[in-house]
Write a new protein. Structure first.
Length: 435
């Protein structure tokens, strides 16, 4: 991923130096287990740890790989340069390259998941704070982009909180799904390495032994992980789209914070554009772009092939780095989002009481009017508001068929805004718990 959309905390996980350090730890722990079993001399296992403070030379490993055309062999050759060829002769005993590659990848994905969970906590905290702040800030709810009935800005934030909290739970499950390692040798039969080695390495690396591997860890685990990132990205875009709508000039119920010195357009000095949430919409597409390749990686030939390898070298850093950046950006947007309650009320009242139509419809049916006739009476007056700019309540009061069923006081009562917010506390208790 390009530096513009990356944070060092996440990119560090995918640096070659980090990868080689993890490879080294896997190999060293495997040597310890082999020595404990009496398969290799303990002094050789101890000698491997003399490289624990070494800085593995990425350029040197690349130089060796240019000849060997094999990255793991290049690394092992370089490791031997640190600990000595004779001392390192038992490194990788009974192992295959995927034991190192797959176990390392899952360690990296776990570390990435930990950062993403922290990112989601930051976003959830911002959403909760704004939800509580605007619990009773009334705005119009929309369906199909059209005014529907009143809601509150707090409920909007709470809805996004609940969605992201579900995403966090899914991410925890995805982390658990990916937290396996395999040190099972060629085709996964443990023919040349004891299962106890795998158990020891996994324990040291914070993993569980893979239930059954072939020569690779099954890729359905990775598919689930990237699918989860895709769902989180979609939820992130859901929030971004709402903010982008609210910032439209003719709506202007909220807008991204516009900092001092910020410029909105090279041509039009008046512009204040929702650039951050537009950017988030695009970043969500990039994260989702990794999901289908991850799904396609599940089907490998027999006990293994490497068709998945080139894909994962790209999508693992790209998806995690992009989502990490995006979640942090969204948390900042929510934290500083400027809310305009007056504009929310003005927008809701733009069509002069029209949004109370369902209350009148229900009242008419409760007064004995058939639903078909009630709908006809309400719609007849509602269309005057749409087409002629009339006042909905006044039209109802002037309609003899309506007043035959409902008194003026009963009609007036149906325009009480508080009616629509009476269960906000109940919904908040469901989302945030009793506080």
């Amino acid at each position: 991923m390009i530096p513009r959309y990356a944070r060092p905390e996440m990119t560090d996980i995918w640096e070659p130096a980090t990868k080689f350090r993890i490879w080294y730890e896997i190999e060293a722990h495997a040597c310890d287990a082999q020595a404990e079993l009496g398969v290799i001399p303990k002094e050789n296992a101890q000698a491997v740890w003399t490289a624990k403070d070494a800085v593995f030379d990425v350029a040197r490993i690349d130089e060796i790989e240019a000849v060997t055309k094999h990255d793991v062999i290049a690394f092992l050759t370089h490791l031997a340069e640190h600990v000595g060829a004779d001392q390192a002769r038992f490194v990788h005993q009974g192992m295959t390259s995927s034991d190192v590659l797959d176990t390392c990848l899952n360690v990296q994905l776990m570390r990435a998941a930990d950062l993403l969970i922290a990112d989601m906590d930051k976003l959830l905290a911002a959403l909760k704070r704004r939800a509580l702040e605007h619990k009773d800030t009334v705005r119009i709810g929309r369906s199909h982009g059209i005014h529907a009935e009143p809601t509150t800005m707090g409920l909007t934030f709470a809805r996004f909180y609940a969605e992201m909290e579900r995403g966090r739970r899914r991410l925890l499950a995805a982390r658990e799904e990916i937290a396996t390692g395999a040190i099972s040798g060629a085709v996964g039969t443990f023919a040349n390495i004891d299962p106890a080695v795998e158990e020891h390495v996994c324990r040291q690396m914070g993993l569980k032994p893979e239930t059954i591997s072939t020569q690779v860890i099954p890729r359905d685990r990775h598919a689930m992980f990237f699918a989860t990132l895709g769902v989180i990205a979609s939820s992130m875009e859901n929030i971004a789209i709402e903010i982008r709508h609210m910032q439209r000039t003719e709506v202007l119920e909220a807008e991204e914070f516009f900092s001092k010195g910020q410029k909105g357009s090279s041509a039009m000095p008046h512009k204040r554009n929702p650039v951050l949430t537009e950017n988030l919409t695009g970043l969500a597409r990039l994260v989702r772009m990794t999901v289908v390749p991850a799904m396609e990686n599940v089907a490998l030939w027999h006990e293994r092939d490497i068709s998945h390898s080139s894909v994962e070298r790209g999508i693992a850093p790209d998806a995690t780095v992009t989502l990490d950046f995006a979640l942090n950006r969204l948390a900042g947007v929510i934290d500083k989002l400027v809310i305009y309650p007056e504009n929310m009320l003005a927008n809701m009242n733009k069509f002069k009481g029209l949004v109370m139509s369902q209350r009148v419809l229900l009242a008419l049916t409760q007064a004995g009017v058939s639903r078909e006739d009630a709908y006809r009476l309400v719609q007849r007056n509602a269309m005057k508001v749409w087409e002629q700019g009339k006042d909905f309540k006044e039209e109802l009061l002037a309609d003899a068929e309506v007043t035959a069923a409902l008194s003026p006081a009963e009609i007036e009562e149906k325009f009480d805004l508080g009616y629509h917010t009476k269960h906000v506390d109940t919904i908040f208790a469901r989302v945030f718990g009793a506080e």
